[in-house]
Write a protein that binds this ligand. Structure first.
Ligand SMILES: Cc1cc2nc3c(=O)[nH]c(=O)nc-3n(C[C@H](O)[C@H](O)[C@H](O)COP(=O)(O)OP(=O)(O)OC[C@H]3O[C@@H](n4cnc5c(N)ncnc54)[C@H](O)[C@@H]3O)c2cc1C
Ligand code: SF4
Length: 438
């Protein structure tokens, strides 16, 4: 009797632990499969940047990688399917690489692109110089994503440029820094500290891709060293706090960044170095540091009035359009999402204009929502239409052979972007296309 009691004493906790373990695994399997199925249905299967490739002959199903992924709370990026780790949310992977570090059997390799879709990466030397002498690349454009890496590369690239420009040259500037995301911001601090004659131009605003993160996104990063200022200590921080911190650093250090200035061309200068032309001016410089990331430049409509302040290329906060007449231009997911979220705000009158006859590029979920809102009168859809001009209080839209004037307070253009690789090729940078390789 006593020995049966002893056996039960040991067996009950073991059975309980086993049951808990099996339940947890079966729940993880279900969510992993569900996420993968949803991503596949929505066509969200190509990771945009560096991502894990998992060797299932080595994976022992320990789930370490799933737990280590910093994005996991916001989106399921990695999941377990048949006791093996899988990338179940490919488009949500931003290349933290934390999964690789915790894998006990080295089953994870970090790669760019897939067998179906190549990713263009410019060829960059260890000193950040490209095949075109005098043109340097730092940050995510060179393939190394994440905020801390971009800061570190921006800082180091400026050390390399400092060494080169000491040798003397005729150009009025040592370097033009393009972009004020984390890489360009750190490079500008480095150039100011080392008294390198520079100009920094940014087509948008401080923070680069970080400024485009969804509202209140929790940013996972690592401490980094900012020239002049010193340590940036954050590990987990809300996007808005991080941007405010960078603004404070910008103010305290007195660095100069020219915002709303977009580089349009880079050509060799007769004095040696380069002539950089922007929408605001022309610069003659010994070197160029490209910190332009991988998001590209939003495509413009090229219509009169587009330069007005009411025209934007992304929506940060739909609530800012309360009680306004808004035109959204485009037919992809971002246009449809912008239109439906703004139309959900009180008192808005939203029109969506798209040049094709159907929203065939958008996800079914977004198309359906637009249809529902259009049939209930919450949204007006103008297919087969083209914006002709934008003016104070109005926009003119061509629909077939008719021109319609509609009331307007704001225009959101979501017409895609010009990818950085096309821009780089215009001045001879070598690009390598990676098809699922390191
Ligand atoms: C959804 C999402 C979530 C992420 N979360 C994290 C996270 O939690 N932690 C983390 O470490 N990383 C995260 N990342 C990655 C991180 O944002 C990027 O790796 C980092 O911002 C790269 O910095 P960068 O300076 O190289 O480029 P970017 O930040 O992309 O900045 C490039 C800048 O160049 C400007 N530019 C481009 N072309 C021109 C031109 N022709 N003329 C003038 N200016 C130009 C752009 O406007 C932009 O401001 C995330 C990325 C995404 C998409
Ligand atoms: S950490 Fe490695 S072994 Fe563990 S589940 Fe992930 S890939 Fe498999």
């Amino acid at each position: 009797m006593a020995s049966a009691f002893k056996i039960l004493m040991y067996a009950i906790p073991i059975i309980a632990i086993l049951a808990w373990y099996l339940k947890r695994h079966s729940r993880a399997e279900k969510t992993g499969l569900g996420s993968l199925r949803k991503a596949t249905e929505e066509g969200l299967i190509e990771p945009p940047t560096l991502h894990p490739e998992i060797d299932h002959t080595l994976c022992i199903g320990c789930t370490n990688c799933v737990q280590a992924c910093p994005e996991q709370d916001a989106h399921q990026v990695l999941g377990m399917i048949r006791k093996k780790a899988h990338l179940v949310g490919p488009t949500d992977c931003i290349g933290h690489g934390a999964c690789k570090n915790v894998c006990p059997v080295n089953a994870i390799t970090l790669v760019f692109g897939t067998a179906r879709r190549g990713v263009d990466i410019p060829v960059v030397n260890p000193d950040f110089q490209t095949n075109v002498p005098g043109i340097f690349i730092a940050g995510e454009l060179g393939g190394m994503g994440l905020i801390r890496n971009a800061i570190e590369q921006g800082r180091q690239a400026m050390v390399s440029i400092g060494g080169l420009v000491k040798k003397g040259h005729q150009n009025p500037l040592d370097v033009v820094i393009i972009g004020a995301g984390p890489a360009g911001f750190a490079a500008t601090l480095g150039a100011t500290e080392a008294k390198i004659r520079h100009v920094t131009v940014e087509q948008d605003e401080l923070g680069g891709t970080v400024a485009h993160f969804p509202r209140r996104k929790l940013v996972m990063t690592q401490p980094a060293n900012l020239p002049i200022f010193g340590a940036m200590k954050f590990k987990e921080v809300q996007k808005e706090t991080l941007i405010d911190f960078w603004r404070e650093v910008e103010q305290k250090t007195g660095i100069k960044i020219s915002y709303s200035e977009r580089v349009e061309s880079i050509v060799p200068s007769p004095k040696g170095g380069f002539t950089v032309t922007t929408n605001k001016g022309v610069y003659d410089t010994r070197t160029v540091l490209l910190c332009i990331g991988r998001r590209g430049t939003p495509r413009k409509l090229g219509v009169p009035g587009e330069e007005m302040a009411k025209v934007v290329y992304r929506v940060i906060d739909p609530a800012q359009y309360l009680n306004q007449h808004v035109l959204v231009v485009g037919g992809g997911d971002s246009a449809l999402e912008a239109a439906t979220t703004i139309a959900a705000e009180a008192g808005t009158t939203v029109t969506i204009s798209y040049r094709s006859d159907a929203f065939s590029r958008a996800k079914p979920k977004n198309r359906q929502l637009v249809e529902t809102m259009a049939s209930s009168g919450d949204l007006r859809v103008l297919l087969g239409s083209n914006v002709k001009s934008i003016s104070e209080g109005l926009v003119e839209i061509a629909i077939g052979d008719k021109i319609e004037s509609i009331r307007n307070d704001a225009v959101v253009v979501s017409a895609g972007g010009i990818l950085p690789s096309a821009f780089l090729k215009t001045f001879g940078i070598h690009i390598e296309t990676k098809w699922g390789t390191e």
